[in-house]
Design a binder for this molecule. Structure first.
Ligand SMILES: [Fe+2]
Length: 79
């Protein structure tokens, strides 16, 4: 494996870890929304949760662009 391939694989590995982080953040914000009765907190956390969903989409786009096999799998599922 050459150096460029190594770098690409490391980038993809890191992006997948970042994707995991975004999913964990979405779940944590949702849990904290569900656990509070404070409407102000619910509103702010709901906004932040939705920002994390955007981050998830942005990272997914990067991965799709960099990983040809992953892109083919998305297309196969009509995504
Ligand atoms: Fe995020």
């Amino acid at each position: 494996m050459n150096n460029i391939e190594d770098m690409l694989n490391k980038d993809l590995e890191n992006l997948r870890e970042d994707l995991i982080g975004e999913l964990g953040a979405i779940n944590q914000y949702q849990k904290h929304i569900d656990e509070t009765d404070n409407e102000r907190i619910k509103k702010v956390l709901g906004h932040i949760r939705d920002d994390e969903k955007e981050h998830f989409a942005e990272l997914t786009k990067l991965i799709r662009d960099l990983d040809q096999t992953q892109e083919e799998k998305f297309q196969k599922e009509e995504l």
